[in-house]
Design a protein. Structure first.
Ligand code: ATP
Length: 364
């Protein structure tokens, strides 16, 4: 089922929780609403579920207007942060409950409960009391319970945030598998950017009740709309500068550390305009093996180094007031000492000039 939010507004007292949000969520998509606490993502989800009515704007499921339709008539399945399972019931009874409410006959109920248990890969757990399950198993049963009613739309509100770090990683994979088996249009709310990057087909980044950018994880990470998105989704370094020249998606930027060359210009800039260059820590490469003529070569002083085996993280000082973070992969055996000078380079495609003031990207 395709979902469309058309200029949706929701105000609580004086807080504009959702401020003129328009979005199209495609049929079968696993779509994320991602943003910091209080940005309005749960309110959006609750409007889609029907728990809140919007003050203005239209909510469409396919060709049907959903404004005013009560939650139980929307055919949505919901998975909550705290699972919201009934502790006095068995796994099967929990899953079956929505079908009983819908007056589905007993034979069909048994078949669909078995299918739902198979979908979450817990076929033998039907008779277990839910309070005898681990957190991850409970979350899988919550998913089975939401999916058994064959919802047109699956809504997930921070479904993994009660699990420990390791289980969260495992459940990400489970959710992706379960979603691809069910093919249900799903809207997933989180403030965890790595969860969104690893799972989303597409995502909307929200801030202060508004959508700042919509795109695939790769588009959002590689072509952020502005400095807020660049720093909220992943880590980044910002270096302020001024556009010296620009043509065909390439630019030269004057910065306090010298000229930076970029071939990743996704915004309309004019020569002379202020900009902020976003450079990811993993895009800063040790320059030991590159040709001396390569662009974007700079020197820095090591002010902190953390060896982590797979990677080594550095805090580098480029000038008195410019510090950057670098992550080198597959670090060698030589320790870098504090105050060592290190030569590094950045590929021009990894220098992304962003508007010094908020605006929207030309592409991405
Ligand atoms: P979190 O990640 O912390 O859950 P969120 O992005 O989901 O945050 P919302 O819960 O949608 O944000 O809240 C958006 C804004 O609306 C916040 O400022 C919040 O305090 C306010 N708000 C949400 N629900 C209500 C309510 N029922 N009454 C009053 N204010 C509310």
């Amino acid at each position: 089922m395709e979902i469309r939010l058309d200029h949706i507004v929701k105000t609580f007292d004086t807080t504009k929780a959702v401020n003129d949000v328009s979005l199209e969520i495609r049929e079968g998509e696993l779509f994320f609403l991602l943003g910091p606490s209080g940005c309005g993502k749960t309110t959006c989800l609750r409007i889609i579920a029907g728990f809140y009515q919007p003050d203005a704007g239209r909510l469409m499921f396919g060709d049907s207007l959903m404004n005013g339709v009560p939650p139980h008539k929307r055919n949505t399945g919901m998975v909550f942060q705290n699972y919201a399972l009934w502790p006095h019931m068995t796994v099967s009874e929990n899953i079956e409950y929505g079908l009983v409410l819908r007056k589905v006959d007993k034979g069909t109920r048994e078949k669909r409960v078995a299918e739902a248990l198979a979908m979450v890969q817990m076929p033998d757990y039907g008779d277990r009391p839910v309070n005898k399950l681990s957190g991850g198993q409970q979350q899988r049963i919550a998913l089975a319970r939401a999916l058994v009613i064959e919802p047109s739309v699956l809504l997930l509100d921070e479904p993994l945030s009660n699990l420990d770090a390791q289980l969260r990683l495992e459940m990400r994979h489970e959710i992706k598998q379960i979603h691809s088996r069910s093919q249900t249009t799903a809207v997933y709310v989180t403030h965890d950017q790595s969860e969104a990057l690893s799972l989303a087909d597409r995502m909307a980044i929200m801030k202060d009740g508004e959508i700042v950018q919509v795109g695939t994880p790769r588009e959002i990470y590689r072509c952020p709309a502005n400095a807020f998105v660049a720093s909220f989704v992943g880590e980044t370094n910002f270096i302020s500068g001024k556009i010296r020249s620009i043509s065909n998606g390439s630019a030269e930027i004057e910065t306090p550390i010298g000229i930076l060359h970029s071939t990743s210009v996704y915004h309309d800039f004019a020569a002379g305009e202020d900009t902020i260059c976003s450079i990811r820590p993993e895009a800063i490469n040790s320059a030991e093996k590159i040709p001396p003529t390569a662009p974007n070569q700079h020197h820095a002083r090591v002010i902190d180094a953390t060896y982590l085996g797979r990677v080594e993280e550095f805090q580098l000082s480029i000038s008195d007031d410019a510090r950057i973070k670098a992550v080198f992969h597959n670090p060698g055996t030589n320790d870098k000492q504090m105050s060592d000078t290190l030569r590094f380079w950045i590929r021009p495609e990894d220098v992304t000039p962003l508007p010094a003031h908020n605006s929207h990207p030309r592409t991405g």
